[in-house]
Design a binder for this molecule. Structure first.
Ligand SMILES: [Zn+2]
Length: 321
C-alpha cells in the first residue's frame, strides 16, 4: 500500500471510531478558538501564501465542481433539468446521483441514464473556478489530488500531475471486477448518446460489456460497491505519495478546495496531518459551508468560508493575474 493510501486508511478507521462527532457536519479534531480574519484579509493572506510557497498540493473536492456549475448531482435544479430533463419529467429524481443508483429494470434503460450522466461530464467545458485556480498555481511546482470523478482537472493538466483516487468517468471497468483491465468509455458513450436521440434507452447491442466475461461494464468510480482497486487505482496513490515524498522538505502549500462531509479522510484530514508534520508546510481551505482550522496548525493555515468561485476569482484578482 502506498504511504498516502495508508494515511487515508488510518484516518478513515479513526473517523469510524468518532462517528458521532461527524454528525451534523462536525469534526472530532480540536479546532482553533481564534476568530477568523475578515474575508478581504483572508484573500490577501491566501495570495501571500501562494506567492510564498515553493510548491502546491491542490486537494479538489465536490464543492469545487459544484461552484462552477457541476451542481446537478444532489439536487433537482435548473442545471439538472438542462442535462437530465427527459428523465426528470418521468422519474422525480432529486439530482443526477439518484438516477445512477436507481434499480433500472433493463440494461438498456440503465445505460440510457448512465450514458447521459457520463456525457454531461466528459463533454462539459472547463469551468471557471478551475481556470482561476490554474492562474494561481500554474507557475509553481504543483500536483492535484482529487475525489472528483468528472475529469475537470484532466481537461487542463497531464496525467502525471493529477491523482484521481475515486475514479474517472472516462474509463469502464468490468461490473463484476473479473479483470484488472479498464478501457475507454468516451467512444462508447458517444455512440450510445447518438443512438438514443431523444429516447430514454440505448439499443441492446450498445450496452457496454466486459471483453473478458461478457458481464455489463460499469464506470470506473467509487460509490457503487464494485470500484476496481487494481493497477490504475494504485497508480493514483503512487503519484501523490511520490510527489509528497519528493517535496516534504520544501515550503509546501496544502490547498484544499470544497471538501464535503462525506469523505473527510481522503483529502482534508491528511492535509491537516501533513501540514502539522512537515517542517515548512502551510494550509489553505476554501469551503462554502465550513470554516475548519485545526488548533494544531492555527499558525500555519487559514480557512475561508465563501463561495469557491468567488474566493478563487478574488484571490486571482488580488494577485493581479
Ligand atoms: Zn468481466
Amino acid at each position: 500500500m502506498q504511504p498516502y493510501e495508508e494515511l487515508v486508511s488510518e484516518l478513515t478507521y479513526r473517523s469510524f471510531m468518532h462517528g458521532e462527532a461527524y454528525q451534523n457536519g462536525g469534526t472530532p479534531y480540536r479546532m482553533t478558538t481564534k476568530k477568523p480574519l475578515p474575508y478581504r484579509d483572508l484573500v490577501k493572506r491566501a495570495a501571500g501564501m501562494i506567492e510564498d510557497a515553493d510548491c502546491i498540493l491542490v486537494g479538489g473536492g465536490s464543492g469545487l465542481s459544484a461552484a462552477g456549475g457541476g451542481d446537478f448531482y444532489y439536487s433537482d435544479n435548473a442545471s439538472y433539468r438542462a442535462h437530465f430533463g427527459k428523465f426528470a419529467e418521468k422519474s422525480g429524481f432529486k439530482g443526477a446521483f439518484a438516477g445512477s443508483f436507481y434499480p433500472w429494470p433493463t440494461p438498456e434503460s440503465r445505460w440510457g441514464y448512465l450514458a447521459t450522466f457520463l456525457d454531461t461530464t466528459i463533454n462539459a467545458p472547463l469551468r471557471q473556478p478551475y481556470k482561476d485556480l490554474d492562474a494561481l498555481i500554474s507557475d509553481k511546482d504543483f500536483f492535484v489530488l482529487t475525489t472528483n470523478q468528472d475529469t475537470q482537472f484532466l481537461k487542463i493538466y497531464p496525467w502525471d500531475k493529477v491523482a484521481e483516487i475515486q475514479g474517472d468517468h472516462r474509463f469502464f471497468q468490468c461490473g463484476n471486477c473479473c479483470t484488472d483491465e479498464v478501457w475507454d468509455s468516451v467512444g462508447p458513450v458517444g455512440e450510445m448518446i447518438g443512438a438514443m436521440g431523444d429516447g430514454l434507452e440505448v439499443p441492446s447491442d450498445l450496452v457496454p460489456r466486459c471483453p473478458h466475461c461478457g458481464r455489463e461494464a460499469f464506470p470506473w468510480v467509487r460509490g457503487y460497491g464494485n470500484f476496481l482497486q487494481g493497477e490504475l487505482y494504485e497508480e493514483q496513490y503512487r503519484k501523490v505519495s511520490e510527489w509528497i515524498e519528493a517535496h516534504r522538505e520544501r515550503k509546501v502549500l496544502f490547498f484544499e478546495l470544497g471538501v464535503g462531509r462525506i469523505t473527510p479522510a481522503f483529502i482534508q484530514e491528511p492535509f491537516w496531518m501533513l501540514t502539522a508534520q512537515l517542517p515548512h508546510a502551510h494550509y489553505i481551505s476554501v469551503n462554502n459551508v465550513t470554516q475548519f482550522l485545526p488548533e494544531a496548525i492555527e499558525d500555519r493555515g487559514i480557512a475561508i468560508r465563501k463561495d469557491i468561485a468567488k474566493a478563487l476569482a478574488d484571490v486571482r484578482s488580488d494577485m493581479g493575474r
